[in-house]
Design a protein around this ligand. Structure first.
Ligand SMILES: [Zn+2]
Length: 258
C-alpha cells in the first residue's frame, strides 16, 4: 500500500495535466446520505415524479420534486469537506491540478477551496436554482426560504417560469459546455485519478476511458470495485479521505514544500 501511494505521488510530481474525477463516494464520506441506497430518500418517492418531462408538464410532479429536493438539500448544506476534498484543493494551490470533473452536486469542492475555474460539474449543482424559461439564476437558500414560507413549486420573479434546482435530472440532457470541456481536458490529461466513483453512471463514467486511450495513467481510488479496475494502472479499494491525505503528504515532501 505505502509503495503504491509513493508511486502515485511520484507520478503526480512528473505529470503536467492531472485530472481528478469525483463521485458519490466522496460525498458520503462527508456524511451526505447516498439517496440511491436502500432506505434512502428515493425509496420514499415515486421516481417518475423526477423525470424531467414530468417536472415540466405536471404541477403535481413539481410539488413532489421540491419536497424530495428539500429533504436532500438540508444534509448537503450542512456537510463539510473531508480530507480528500481538502487534498484536492491543496493540489490546486500547489499548481498540480488541471481540473476536477465531478458527478457531485453538493458544492463541496468549492467549500474546500477549489476555484470556480477548476471544477467542472457534470451533473450541475444543488446550490443554485434556475428558471427553465429565462435561465435566471437564484441562490438555492433564497428559494428554500420561499418553500419554508409555503410555496410548493416556486416560480421565477421575472418571467413566471418554472424554477428547478440547477442539477441534471433523469431525462434531461447533460450540460453541453461542461461535457465537452470534460472530454477535451481528459483527452489532454497525462494522469487521471478517479476518487469515490463506482464509474457506473453514463456517460460520465466513460470519461476516464478518454484519458486512458490517450495514454494517461489511470488511478482508481474507490471503496468498491469498478468496471474499469482491470485497465487502471493502480487501484486502491479504500476510503478516499485518508488515502488522499497520505498521497498529499508524500507529494508535498517530494515538491519540497514541507
Ligand atoms: Zn424566468
Amino acid at each position: 500500500m505505502e509503495g503504491e501511494l509513493e508511486k502515485i505521488a511520484q507520478w503526480m510530481m512528473a505529470a503536467k495535466r492531472i485530472i481528478i474525477f469525483t463521485g458519490a463516494g466522496l460525498s458520503t464520506e462527508s456524511g451526505i446520505p447516498d439517496f440511491r441506497s436502500p432506505g434512502g430518500v428515493w425509496d420514499r418517492y415515486n421516481p417518475e415524479d423526477f423525470y424531467f418531462q414530468n417536472f415540466i408538464s405536471s404541477e403535481a410532479s413539481r410539488v413532489k420534486y421540491w419536497e424530495m429536493a428539500t429533504e436532500m438539500y438540508e444534509p448537503m448544506k450542512q456537510a463539510q469537506p473531508n480530507l480528500a476534498h481538502l487534498a484536492i484543493a491543496e493540489m490546486e494551490r500547489l499548481d498540480k491540478l488541471d481540473c476536477v470533473i465531478t458527478q457531485n452536486i453538493d458544492g463541496l469542492h468549492f467549500k474546500a477551496g477549489n476555484s470556480e475555474a477548476k471544477v467542472i460539474q457534470l451533473h450541475g449543482t444543488a446550490m443554485a436554482v434556475s428558471c427553465l424559461s429565462c435561465m435566471k439564476k437564484y441562490e438555492r437558500d433564497e428559494i428554500q426560504e420561499r418553500i419554508k414560507q409555503g410555496q410548493k413549486a416556486p416560480r421565477c420573479d421575472d418571467c413566471g417560469g418554472i424554477l428547478k434546482p440547477a442539477t441534471i435530472s433523469f431525462g434531461q440532457s447533460m450540460p453541453e459546455r461542461e461535457t465537452q470541456e470534460a472530454y477535451h481536458r481528459s483527452s489532454l490529461s497525462d494522469l487521471f485519478i478517479v476518487i469515490g466513483s463506482s464509474l457506473v453512471v453514463q456517460p460520465a463514467a466513460s470519461i476516464p476511458m478518454i484519458a486512458k486511450q490517450n495514454k494517461a495513467k489511470l488511478i482508481i481510488i474507490n471503496r468498491d470495485p469498478t468496471p474499469y479496475d482491470d485497465i487502471a494502472d493502480i487501484v486502491i479499494h479504500r476510503q478516499a479521505g485518508s488515502t488522499m491525505a497520505s498521497i498529499l503528504e508524500k507529494l508535498k515532501q517530494g515538491l519540497g514544500t514541507k
